[in-house]
Ligand binder design. Structure first.
Ligand code: FES
Ligand SMILES: [Fe+2]
Length: 351
């Protein structure tokens, strides 16, 4: 699947950046191949527009904010949050231009991040009660570009079989390659997968968990939100909650922006945020090294013969199936980079 060619994927919310970034001025981002500018107006609204001035196509993200408008850096035309041109400095009496001349996109702030959709969203941003619960803290962990498809990262999160190979140096056990598989419950626009997975504790993790055992059972409730968002709720036997939210926001077919934060039910005195980030950093780097070697054109069609499967691949196979159904429900089929070759073949055989 080439994500930039699937229009339905434009109709989901994606976290694009920590809100702190827009405090510094207009910020560019590329979402599903669409260049956007995210900026904060004087009235506090954070908005997203196409990053292209309709005068001579300059990037608005190079401009600046003036009150409730963004000013183009080239000739100073100004646009409000709806994309209406409110000022042409060379023709001040005109009060701008008629109509919304710059496309605008749904944009909101949740969980300390700016979320954008490129069309009418099909599903809401999930409600996670820990955000407003004083017994939890939110720790912002990662904001970085990975050279892989978002779907690779999503399926990896639900793939218990990778733990003992990819994470053999942190919490996996390579001598126990066939871990318990999750029980999966399908939900609207996603699913929940539950499993109890024995994992090994290294020294840092023993400290973070305040648990000296060599092996701990992780009670995992993992939720997939279509298409590229997951929440991994790990409950340790001590009752400690470590809830990791990871988005693989699609930038282009071969790249995604990893946005990760976590909720913890312990305090900074129990486990400093920097130690928690350090452990998750190591684990994340282990995943990244392998995932960046994978093909970004993930085949949704399980019968394409491009990939082979095994029983523990069930969550990833369900993702593929649900994405095919989603596309079909919106009149789309899967686009792959083999489409162009196929079209040429068909042309040749019909001529
Ligand atoms: S290109 Fe934006 S005002 Fe001219
Ligand atoms: Fe992993």
């Amino acid at each position: 699947m080439l994500v930039t060619r699937q229009k339905t994927l434009r109709r989901f919310w994606y976290p694009v950046m920590p809100v702190g970034k827009v405090e510094a001025g207009p910020q560019p981002f590329t979402l599903l191949g669409e260049k956007i500018v995210v900026w904060k107006a004087a009235d506090g609204d954070v908005v997203a527009l196409a990053d292209r001035c309709p005068h001579r196509s300059a990037a608005l993200s190079l401009g600046w904010v003036d009150g409730n408008a963004i000013v183009c850096p080239y000739h100073g035309w100004s646009y409000d949050g709806s994309g209406t041109c409110v000022r042409v400095p060379q023709r001040p009496e005109s009060n701008g231009l008629k109509g919304r001349v710059v496309p605008s996109f749904p944009c909101t702030v949740r969980y300390g991040h700016v979320w954008v959709a490129l069309g009418e969203p099909l599903a809401p941003i999930p409600d996670w009660p820990e955000e407003d619960d004083a017994s939890y803290r939110r720790i912002d962990q990662f904001y970085e570009t990975w050279r892989c498809a978002g779907l690779r990262l999503m399926e990896n999160s639900f793939d218990n079989a990778h733990i003992h190979f990819v994470h053999r140096d942190t919490f996996g056990d390579i001598d126990n390659p066939d871990p318990p598989q999750p029980a999966i419950e399908r939900l609207p626009y996603g699913f929940v997968a539950r499993s109890d997975v024995p994992v090994y504790n290294n020294e840092l993790q023993k400290k973070n968990l305040r648990d000296d055992s060599a092996v701990t059972i992780r009670h995992i409730t993992a939720r997939w939100y279509m298409p590229f968002l997951r929440r991994l709720h790990i409950r340790y036997p001590s009752g400690l909650d470590h809830i990791i939210v990871t988005a693989a926001t699609p930038i282009a077919d071969d790249r995604c922006q990893v946005v990760q934060f976590c909720f913890r039910s312990d305090s900074e005195a129990d486990a400093p945020a920097r130690d928690i980030i350090a452990f998750d950093r190591r684990v994340t780097e282990e995943d990244r090294a392998v995932l960046e070697s994978t093909d970004f054109d993930v085949p949704l069609d399980m019968n394409s013969g491009v990939e082979r499967h095994m029983p523990s691949d069930q969550p990833g196979l369900l993702m593929r199936r649900m994405l095919i159904e989603l596309l079909a429900a919106h009149g789309e089929s899967e686009h792959t980079r083999h489409d162009a070759g196929r079209a040429t073949q068909e042309q040749k055989s019909s001529s």
